[in-house]
Design a protein around this ligand. Structure first.
Ligand code: SF4
Ligand code: SF4
Length: 356
């Protein structure tokens, strides 16, 4: 049977009440209730947005889900994990403060926030998976301890994987610090000396002090670099480069295998909702305002992360007449993550779109 992905047209300017109606309609149509048994702890996997960003999924968009989960007998909480790089999200205290500053409060949303891998990202468990690259992956404890999960994703482009959808929200977003490191170590950047001005910004942002100045240009010590990609994002002179084709392919496959690890003990207990609203070139980890690169499309809901990501990319192409990659990272083939996820049994790319 072909997986159904449910779709409602929506845009960021709609009244919260109108959006809430659509979100609840999607919740029912996609059968989210079937994931929740009375008394279940239900993790709603979010991204609270980096400091300075404002295009992430907003509190009023998640509140209807929380209300519905409670109606269905679940005990919802919002969750995300700590990041590897210098950020207001690299420890639970700063992360919680940022979530609160972005409006994810009990009052606004109706559920508490729990940082899923603990104070410093060490609250993790190893999970066995039938992967092609890994036989075990390191996942934030929250993903394994919670009874059910609803994965709320903001679809965007992404500098490492080309597309950031449900698979990325699971695979990177629910990997522990160790799991993130294992994925990112596929990407070791290099400095293009002729473009480097020696401004030192990358040195200040590198989370592991892997960059030093040699003469008037930056130099990355490969033996210390964890491949987090932060220097690629912060350099304003395009002086940090790496081999996208080789590295992104491996990164995407590793990410898909961690995504499998995040849901492998939850058959029938995970549902997905993706927002194709305020779609930006980079993900919500970027600490500045971004302008959308695609007109708002709507909201998708379903039970299969591969199907929902495939549908997201198809809808973007249908809406704009071109691939997301053409407006974001044309050098990256983001279908690698979908195909690999399908190969390891995480889901299927074939789907039937049902508009509600
Ligand atoms: S941020 Fe870019 S230009 Fe500045 S030192 Fe680093 S590589 Fe060179
Ligand atoms: S050199 Fe760049 S990619 Fe490597 S750890 Fe530092 S910031 Fe991350």
């Amino acid at each position: 049977m072909v997986e159904k992905v449910y779709f409602a047209k929506a845009n960021r300017n709609e009244a919260p009440e109108t959006l809430a109606q659509k979100i609840k309609k999607l919740y029912h149509a996609a059968g989210f209730k079937s994931c929740i048994d009375a008394g279940d702890l239900v993790a709603v996997k979010m991204h609270f947005g980096e400091k300075g960003s404002d295009t992430h999924v907003q509190p009023h968009m998640v509140r209807p889900l929380i209300e519905q989960i409670k109606t269905d007998g679940g005990k919802p909480f919002l969750t995300d994990t700590n990041v590897l790089y210098k950020s207001a999200r690299n420890n639970a205290v700063d992360h919680l403060e940022l979530a609160q500053a972005h409006g994810f409060t009990m009052e606004n949303v109706g559920a508490p926030v729990v940082i899923g891998d603990g104070l410093l990202g060490r609250n993790e468990l190893e999970v066995e998976i039938p992967g092609k690259l890994f036989s075990k992956v390191s996942i934030a404890a929250v993903a394994l301890d919670t009874d059910a999960m609803i994965v709320v994703t903001h679809a965007t482009g992404h500098m490492g994987t080309g597309f950031g959808g449900a698979l990325k929200n699971l695979g990177m977003g629910l990997a522990s610090r160790m799991g993130k490191l294992r994925q990112h170590s596929a990407m070791l950047p290099q400095i293009k000396e002729s473009s480097c001005t020696g401004c030192g910004v990358c040195m200040r942002w590198c989370p592991v002090q892997a960059i030093e100045m040699r003469g008037s240009v930056a130099f990355i010590r490969a033996e210390d670099c964890i491949g987090c990609g932060e220097c690629l994002v912060v350099c304003r002179f395009d002086a940090v480069q790496h081999d996208w084709k080789t590295d992104t392919s491996l990164l995407q496959k590793r990410m898909a295998e961690h995504a499998l690890g995040a849901v492998i003990n939850k058959k029938g207990k995970v549902a997905f909702m993706s927002f194709l609203i305020s779609i930006t070139k980079d993900c919500d980890c970027i600490g500045r305002r971004q302008s959308p690169i695609v007109p708002d499309i709507g909201i998708l809901a379903g039970m299969d992360p591969v199907a929902i990501d495939t549908a997201s990319l198809d809808l973007i192409r249908e809406s704009t007449g071109k691939e997301l990659a053409d407006s974001a990272y044309p050098q990256i083939d983001y279908r690698v993550q979908l195909q690999h996820a399908q190969e390891i049994g995480l889901g299927k790319m074939a789907y039937q779109l049902v508009e509600v």
